[in-house]
Design a protein around this ligand. Structure first.
Ligand code: CP3
Length: 358
C-alpha cells in the first residue's frame, strides 16, 4: 500500500484543541453535554455567502485554493453553530490530483472524459503523493488554527463510489458499467478498488497529519449492491482504508445511502461510527451495526422543506430512537439539498442542542 504514514513509523499527532468537544466525545462514545450536530453538505449551495464567494470560480479550482476552502468550510460553523466543520472539497479531488481528466459539471456532478474500463486504463491511476495535494494540507492547517475548539472532519470517497464515477464516466442511476466490470472481470475490479483504496488512504492521511480531528468515508452509492456482492467485492477494500488510518487514533465514520441491508457488513469494515440514512430508525440501525460503534444520522433532508414544527417533531423522534445508544452524532440522512432554507438548519441545530442538553 502506498498510503501509510511512513511504513512502520508511529504517526505522532499534536493534541487537538477540539479533543473535548461534544462531537469527538460522542465519537468516542463518552457522555456529552448535548447531542452534537453537523450536516453533510453544510458548506455549499444552500448558503448565499457560499454562492457569493464561489462566483466566477469553478468547483475544482475552488478546492485548490486554501483561502477559499477555509472560508467556505467556516461559513456554516459561523452561521449555524454546528458542532463540527467538514473540510470543503469533493470526493474526486484526489483523482484530479493524480491526473485523471475530470471536471465537476454544475447540476450534474463529476464527469470523467475517458472512463476506466480496461486493464490498460488502470495505469492512469497512479498512487497519490502528499505533494499532489499540498493545498489540502495547507487549508487544513489554516482551519485547525481558525476553528479553535470546533473539530474538523476530513473526508474521502470510498473505493466503490469512486469506481462508479470512473467506470461510468459520470453520475449513474444503475451503475451498469461498474457492475459489468465487477461481475465480468473480478480480478481487474479487485485491482481497481485496491488502487482506489491506496489513493483514498493517502488522501485521508494527508488531512489527518495536517490536523483533521476525524474522517468520513463517503460510500454514497454502495446501497446499489446486494449484501453478498458488498461483502465479497467491496467491503475488503473499504476495510483496507479504515485499517490504513487506524493508527492515527482519530474517529473514522463510514457513510452510505440506501444501506439498510448492508449496515452489519459496514460495521465490520472497521469504522468507529456508521452513518445511517433516514430509512432505518437509529435504534434498529445500531442493532444491525453491532456493539462498540457510534451512529450518525438520520433526518431526511427533505423534511427541512416542511413546517418548523414538523422538523422539530422529527428531530425529537430521532433523539428518542437514539436515547439508549452509547454514541449519537445528529446529522441528516444524506446531504443538505441546495434549495434548503438556511434558517431551517440553524433552528434545527438550536432545537437538537436544547432538547438533548443534560
Ligand atoms: O459541506 C460538505 O459536506 C463538504 C463539501 C462536499 C462536497 N462534495 C462539495 C460539493 C462533500 C463532502 C462532497 C462529497 C461528495 N461529492 C459526495 C459524497 C457525499 C454525497 O452527497 O453523497 C459525492 C457523491 C460527490 C460527487 C459530487 N460532487 C456530486 C454528486 C456533486 C453535485 C453536482 C451538482 O451540481 O448537483 C458534486 C459537486 C459538488 N461538491 C458541489 C459541492 C458544494 C456543487 C458544485 C458547486 O457548488 O458548484
Amino acid at each position: 500500500m502506498n498510503s501509510h504514514p511512513a511504513d512502520g513509523a508511529a504517526p505522532s499527532l499534536r493534541p487537538s484543541p477540539a479533543a473535548d468537544s461534544a462531537f469527538l466525545r460522542a465519537c468516542r462514545r463518552e457522555p456529552v453535554p448535548h447531542t452534537p450536530v453537523w450536516f453533510m453538505r453544510q458548506a455549499g449551495r444552500s448558503l448565499p455567502e457560499y454562492r457569493k464567494v464561489r462566483e466566477g470560480t469553478a468547483m475544482l479550482e475552488a478546492c485548490m485554493r486554501p483561502d477559499l476552502v477555509a472560508e467556505i468550510t467556516l461559513q456554516p460553523v459561523r452561521r449555524h453553530g454546528v458542532d463540527a466543520a467538514i473540510y470543503f472539497s469533493d470526493i474526486v479531488v484526489p483523482l484530479k490530483a493524480i491526473g485523471i481528466d475530470l471536471e465537476i459539471k454544475p447540476g450534474v456532478g463529476p464527469v470523467v472524459e475517458q472512463p476506466i474500463r480496461t486493464r490498460a486504463d488502470l495505469e492512469r491511476l497512479r498512487p497519490l503523493e502528499p505533494d499532489d495535494v499540498s493545498y489540502v494540507a495547507e487549508a487544513v492547517r489554516i482551519l485547525r488554527s481558525e476553528l479553535g475548539t470546533t473539530p474538523l472532519i476530513g473526508f474521502a470517497g470510498a473505493p466503490f463510489t469512486l469506481a462508479s464515477y470512473l467506470v461510468e464516466g459520470g453520475p449513474s442511476r444503475n451503475h451498469e458499467h461498474t457492475k459489468a466490470l465487477m461481475y465480468g472481470d473480478p480480478q481487474l475490479w479487485a485491482d481497481l478498488l485496491d488502487r482506489l483504496a491506496g489513493i483514498t488512504s493517502a488522501f485521508l492521511s494527508v488531512q489527518i497529519e495536517a490536523g483533521a480531528d476525524a474522517v468520513q468515508l463517503f460510500d454514497s452509492w454502495v446501497g446499489a449492491l446486494s449484501l453478498h456482492d458488498y461483502r465479497r467485492r467491496v467491503q475488503p477494500h473499504s476495510a483496507q482504508v479504515f485499517s490504513a488510518v487506524a493508527e492515527y487514533g482519530v474517529p473514522r465514520i463510514h457513510f452510505g445511502v440506501g444501506t439498510g441491508e448492508l449496515l452489519g457488513a459496514m460495521g465490520e469494515a472497521g469504522a468507529d461510527l456508521v452513518g445511517v440514512d433516514w430509512r432505518v430508525p437509529l435504534d434498529e440501525a445500531a442493532r444491525r451495526i453491532g456493539a462498540g460503534k457510534a451512529v450518525q444520522g438520520n433526518l431526511d433532508p427533505a423534511v427541512l422543506f416542511a413546517p418548523g414544527e414538523v422538523v422539530a417533531e422529527q428531530a425529537d423522534r430521532i433523539l428518542a430512537e437514539a436515547a439508549g445508544l452509547e454514541g449519537h452524532v445528529f446529522n441528516l440522512g444524506h446531504g443538505v439539498l441546495p434549495q434548503t432554507d438556511p434558517d431551517a438548519l440553524t433552528r434545527l441545530v438550536e432545537h437538537v442542542h436544547e432538547r438533548s442538553a443534560s
